[in-house]
Ligand binder design. Structure first.
Ligand code: FES
Ligand code: FES
Length: 132
């Protein structure tokens, strides 16, 4: 049911934890399953220097958070914004249908953290919508 990559990121999550004084923090939840994901970004000179996640949720949500942190690390703010749930799923070699929304949570958490960063610094990031 789960790919090797999902199992790997679930059993050995990357960048788990928090960042003190993060440039941006985003918390999102899925009302249906009740799972919650929080992403911390450290942004310097428009580059995502560091990233951590905390996820209270299912194994797939842990795996999507973990891979999402790897995908945004080192990227510019603009490129981090392009890390979609599809990119997250592709990087995990796919997810079962019932778990697709877990990858959406990762995309939303990144966007929410970028939004928080933009608000704090009074800047606009092109294409970034306010979190719902
Ligand atoms: Fe998240 Fe079952 S809904 S573990
Ligand atoms: Fe809801 Fe995974 S079951 S985030």
């Amino acid at each position: 049911m789960y790919t090797e990559k999902v199992m790997d990121h679930f059993s050995n999550p990357r960048n788990m934890g928090e960042l003190e004084n993060a440039s941006g923090v985003g918390t999102v939840g899925n009302a249906k399953c009740g799972d919650i994901m929080r992403i911390f970004l450290d942004i310097d000179n428009n580059i995502v220097k560091d990233v951590r996640f905390k996820t209270f949720g299912c194994g797939a949500a842990v795996a999507t958070s973990s891979i999402a942190t790897e995908l945004v690390k080192g990227k510019t703010v603009e490129d981090a914004l392009k890390v979609t749930n599809k990119a997250v799923m592709d990087a995990l070699d796919g997810l079962p249908k019932a778990k697709v929304h877990c990858s959406l949570l990762a995309e939303e958490a990144i966007h929410a953290a970028l939004w928080d960063y933009a608000q704090k610094n009074n800047i606009e990031i092109e294409g970034l919508e306010p979190p719902k």
